[in-house]
Design a binder for this molecule. Structure first.
Ligand SMILES: [Zn+2]
Length: 189
Protein backbone atom coordinates (compact mmCIF):
# COMPACT_ATOMS: atom_id res chain seq x y z
CA UNK A 1 0.00 0.00 0.00
CA UNK A 2 1.39 3.42 -0.92
CA UNK A 3 1.54 6.55 1.18
CA UNK A 4 -1.59 8.70 1.50
CA UNK A 5 -1.65 11.33 -1.25
CA UNK A 6 -2.25 15.03 -0.64
CA UNK A 7 -2.29 18.08 -2.87
CA UNK A 8 -0.03 21.10 -2.47
CA UNK A 9 -2.27 24.12 -2.06
CA UNK A 10 0.08 26.26 -4.20
CA UNK A 11 1.18 24.19 -7.21
CA UNK A 12 -1.71 21.71 -6.87
CA UNK A 13 0.59 18.76 -7.48
CA UNK A 14 -0.25 15.54 -5.73
CA UNK A 15 2.44 13.91 -3.61
CA UNK A 16 2.87 11.57 -0.68
CA UNK A 17 1.70 13.48 2.37
CA UNK A 18 5.07 12.71 3.94
CA UNK A 19 6.85 14.87 1.37
CA UNK A 20 4.68 17.88 2.17
CA UNK A 21 4.54 20.40 4.98
CA UNK A 22 1.23 20.27 6.83
CA UNK A 23 -0.19 23.33 8.54
CA UNK A 24 -3.18 23.51 10.86
CA UNK A 25 -5.17 26.29 12.46
CA UNK A 26 -5.67 26.67 16.20
CA UNK A 27 -7.31 29.68 17.85
CA UNK A 28 -6.93 31.74 14.74
CA UNK A 29 -3.23 31.01 14.32
CA UNK A 30 -1.44 28.87 11.78
CA UNK A 31 0.83 26.11 13.10
CA UNK A 32 3.25 23.78 11.36
CA UNK A 33 2.36 20.16 12.12
CA UNK A 34 5.65 18.28 11.63
CA UNK A 35 4.31 14.82 12.51
CA UNK A 36 0.97 15.08 10.63
CA UNK A 37 -0.76 14.49 13.95
CA UNK A 38 -2.80 17.56 14.79
CA UNK A 39 -6.52 17.14 14.45
CA UNK A 40 -8.70 19.11 12.12
CA UNK A 41 -8.36 20.32 8.61
CA UNK A 42 -4.81 20.72 7.36
CA UNK A 43 -3.22 22.64 4.53
CA UNK A 44 -0.38 21.01 2.65
CA UNK A 45 2.45 22.82 0.90
CA UNK A 46 5.60 21.59 -0.86
CA UNK A 47 8.80 22.27 1.11
CA UNK A 48 9.89 24.80 -1.49
CA UNK A 49 10.26 28.56 -1.39
CA UNK A 50 8.17 28.83 -4.53
CA UNK A 51 5.11 27.07 -3.12
CA UNK A 52 5.36 28.63 0.34
CA UNK A 53 5.71 32.08 -1.20
CA UNK A 54 2.62 31.53 -3.36
CA UNK A 55 0.66 30.20 -0.38
CA UNK A 56 1.51 33.30 1.67
CA UNK A 57 1.08 35.86 -1.11
CA UNK A 58 -2.24 34.49 -2.36
CA UNK A 59 -3.51 33.87 1.16
CA UNK A 60 -4.10 30.21 0.32
CA UNK A 61 -3.93 29.11 3.96
CA UNK A 62 -7.12 31.02 4.74
CA UNK A 63 -8.79 29.92 1.54
CA UNK A 64 -8.03 26.26 2.14
CA UNK A 65 -9.08 26.41 5.79
CA UNK A 66 -12.14 28.46 4.89
CA UNK A 67 -11.49 30.84 7.76
CA UNK A 68 -9.33 33.76 8.73
CA UNK A 69 -5.96 32.69 10.16
CA UNK A 70 -2.98 34.77 11.15
CA UNK A 71 0.45 33.58 10.24
CA UNK A 72 4.04 34.71 10.23
CA UNK A 73 5.63 36.36 7.26
CA UNK A 74 7.36 33.99 4.85
CA UNK A 75 10.84 34.36 6.31
CA UNK A 76 9.69 33.57 9.85
CA UNK A 77 7.43 30.78 8.68
CA UNK A 78 10.47 29.13 7.04
CA UNK A 79 12.46 29.52 10.25
CA UNK A 80 9.67 27.97 12.29
CA UNK A 81 9.43 24.99 9.95
CA UNK A 82 13.20 24.54 9.98
CA UNK A 83 13.46 24.64 13.78
CA UNK A 84 10.50 22.36 14.22
CA UNK A 85 11.83 19.71 11.80
CA UNK A 86 15.27 19.93 13.37
CA UNK A 87 13.75 19.21 16.78
CA UNK A 88 11.83 16.22 15.44
CA UNK A 89 15.01 14.82 13.87
CA UNK A 90 17.06 15.33 17.05
CA UNK A 91 14.36 13.85 19.31
CA UNK A 92 13.92 10.84 17.02
CA UNK A 93 17.67 10.24 16.91
CA UNK A 94 18.09 10.45 20.69
CA UNK A 95 15.16 8.12 21.33
CA UNK A 96 16.36 5.67 18.67
CA UNK A 97 19.79 5.57 20.24
CA UNK A 98 18.26 4.54 23.56
CA UNK A 99 16.65 1.61 21.78
CA UNK A 100 19.91 0.60 20.16
CA UNK A 101 18.90 1.57 16.64
CA UNK A 102 21.75 4.05 16.20
CA UNK A 103 25.46 3.46 15.82
CA UNK A 104 27.99 6.28 16.06
CA UNK A 105 31.39 6.95 14.58
CA UNK A 106 33.46 5.64 11.70
CA UNK A 107 34.73 2.40 13.26
CA UNK A 108 31.43 1.30 14.78
CA UNK A 109 29.42 2.12 11.66
CA UNK A 110 31.94 0.33 9.44
CA UNK A 111 31.74 -2.77 11.64
CA UNK A 112 27.95 -2.87 11.37
CA UNK A 113 27.62 -1.61 7.83
CA UNK A 114 25.74 -4.76 6.71
CA UNK A 115 22.81 -3.99 8.98
CA UNK A 116 22.87 -0.21 8.54
CA UNK A 117 19.73 1.05 6.76
CA UNK A 118 20.65 4.70 6.52
CA UNK A 119 23.91 6.62 6.80
CA UNK A 120 23.99 10.21 8.04
CA UNK A 121 27.24 11.95 7.15
CA UNK A 122 28.38 15.21 8.72
CA UNK A 123 28.75 17.98 6.16
CA UNK A 124 32.34 18.63 7.29
CA UNK A 125 33.39 14.97 7.19
CA UNK A 126 36.67 14.42 5.32
CA UNK A 127 36.04 13.71 1.63
CA UNK A 128 37.92 10.41 1.66
CA UNK A 129 35.87 9.00 4.52
CA UNK A 130 32.66 10.40 3.06
CA UNK A 131 33.34 8.66 -0.26
CA UNK A 132 34.30 5.42 1.45
CA UNK A 133 30.89 5.24 3.11
CA UNK A 134 28.98 6.52 0.09
CA UNK A 135 30.60 3.69 -1.89
CA UNK A 136 29.06 1.17 0.50
CA UNK A 137 25.88 1.66 -1.53
CA UNK A 138 23.76 2.34 1.56
CA UNK A 139 21.21 5.17 1.37
CA UNK A 140 22.74 8.29 2.87
CA UNK A 141 22.11 11.96 3.54
CA UNK A 142 24.56 14.73 4.38
CA UNK A 143 23.21 16.62 7.38
CA UNK A 144 24.56 18.65 10.32
CA UNK A 145 28.23 19.17 11.18
CA UNK A 146 30.42 16.91 13.32
CA UNK A 147 30.05 19.41 16.12
CA UNK A 148 26.26 19.43 15.83
CA UNK A 149 26.08 15.63 15.90
CA UNK A 150 28.35 15.73 18.94
CA UNK A 151 25.99 18.04 20.77
CA UNK A 152 23.07 15.77 19.92
CA UNK A 153 24.73 12.62 21.24
CA UNK A 154 28.03 12.34 23.02
CA UNK A 155 29.55 15.78 23.41
CA UNK A 156 32.44 15.00 21.14
CA UNK A 157 32.39 15.46 17.37
CA UNK A 158 30.71 12.66 15.41
CA UNK A 159 31.23 12.37 11.66
CA UNK A 160 29.06 9.37 10.85
CA UNK A 161 25.79 8.07 12.21
CA UNK A 162 24.27 4.76 11.16
CA UNK A 163 20.59 3.88 11.57
CA UNK A 164 20.08 0.15 11.93
CA UNK A 165 16.31 -0.04 12.05
CA UNK A 166 14.34 0.16 8.82
CA UNK A 167 11.26 1.71 10.41
CA UNK A 168 13.31 4.42 12.10
CA UNK A 169 15.25 5.03 8.88
CA UNK A 170 12.06 5.46 6.84
CA UNK A 171 10.54 7.81 9.38
CA UNK A 172 13.70 9.87 9.71
CA UNK A 173 14.07 10.26 5.97
CA UNK A 174 10.67 11.94 5.75
CA UNK A 175 11.82 14.59 8.22
CA UNK A 176 15.39 14.90 6.96
CA UNK A 177 14.39 15.34 3.33
CA UNK A 178 11.91 18.09 4.18
CA UNK A 179 14.44 19.68 6.54
CA UNK A 180 17.18 19.71 3.90
CA UNK A 181 14.87 21.36 1.36
CA UNK A 182 13.97 24.07 3.85
CA UNK A 183 17.61 24.57 4.88
CA UNK A 184 18.53 25.07 1.22
CA UNK A 185 15.82 27.69 1.01
CA UNK A 186 16.84 29.46 4.22
CA UNK A 187 20.53 29.44 3.36
CA UNK A 188 19.91 30.35 -0.25
CA UNK A 189 18.11 33.51 0.84
ZN1 LIG B 1 3.74 22.82 -4.40
Amino acid sequence: MGDPIRMCVACRERRSKYELLRFVEKDGLLYFDPLWRSEGRGVNVCPSIRCLEIAVRKNLFCKALKKRVNYLKLEDLLKEVKLSLRKVIVDTMRLSRKFGAVTLGRTAVDKEIDIVRLLLLASDLEEGIKNYFINSGKPYRVIFTKEEWGVIFVRRPVGIVGIKDRGVADKLLRHIDRFLKIVEVVNGG
